[in-house]
Design a protein around this ligand. Structure first.
Ligand SMILES: C[S@@+](CC[C@H](N)C(=O)[O-])C[C@H]1O[C@@H](n2cnc3c(N)ncnc32)[C@H](O)[C@@H]1O
Length: 221
């Protein structure tokens, strides 16, 4: 396997997009239906493969075809994974085919709204275990903030947060700008040649706005 940045870009193109007109590389009928820019995504995957510590447990919010979930794990080791997606994207029909080829152990597959009480309830037992999260679900300001808050409740201190579209979708850009001022987050890397893939370290200075940590800090005054 060629793990050079250009080798990864070539593999992205061969894996295929979900829409040639929009993503500027062809669809491969039996491919991954990626919703990524080849240069930007290759830069990101190369960074993860060469600079980031491997992950023991990931939470992926917004997987669509699951092609990105698979592609990343071919280069960046992730032992266990939870996926959470509402299952309404046109590309979601490819997930059942792609899932068996993903190099990880799937611990939980939640096909539901990430903002539902059920999703939070299903995730809470994994509190303190997640060290990597890729968030690419609801792209509204409120929706993305809710996903970040949800993840904050269950991740470990030091968790790597990856947010997609933080350079292109205005609501996601707003989130990006706010996180830069948030003591809970430190920007580790930013790949922003088209959509924006930002990589953050979760410092857990203030912690989540809801949940047991918050309740505990209130009790302590
Ligand atoms: C842009 S696509 C994800 C693309 C994928 N990460 C990739 O790189 O190929 C966004 C996904 O988020 C899902 N989604 C949107 N809102 C959601 C929500 N509230 N809860 C769960 N999933 C959601 C959509 O169904 C879709 O599959």
């Amino acid at each position: 396997m060629d793990i050079s940045r250009d080798g990864i870009k070539q593999a992205v193109i061969e894996a295929g997009s979900s829409d040639e007109e929009f993503f500027h590389f062809p669809v491969n009928e039996n491919g991954l239906y990626l919703q990524q820019d080849p240069d930007e995504y290759a830069d990101f995957v190369h960074y993860m493969a060469t600079q980031a510590r491997p992950s023991k447990f990931s939470l992926d919010i917004g997987v669509a075809s699951g092609g990105q979930t698979k592609f990343l794990r071919d280069y960046y080791p992730i032992e266990k994974t939870i996926v959470l997606d509402i299952g309404e994207h046109e590309a979601f029909r490819h997930w059942a085919r792609i899932k068996p080829s993903v190099k990880t152990k799937f611990v939980l597959e939640l096909i539901m709204d990430s903002h539902s009480k059920e999703a939070r309830k299903a995730l809470l037992p994994y509190q303190g275990q997640i060290d990597f999260t890729f968030i690419d679900g609801d792209h509204s300001y409120k929706g993305l903030m809710q996903d970040i808050e949800l993840a904050k409740e269950i991740v470990k201190k030091g968790c790597i947060f990856v947010l997609h579209d933080t350079g292109a979708v205005p609501d996601c850009v707003r989130v990006f700008n706010e996180l830069q001022k948030d003591p809970d987050f430190e920007l580790s890397a930013n790949f922003d040649s088209r959509f924006g893939i930002s990589v953050w370290k979760y410092l857990a200075i203030n912690g989540p706005k809801t949940g047991w940590r918050k309740k505990l800090s209130k009790l302590r005054g």
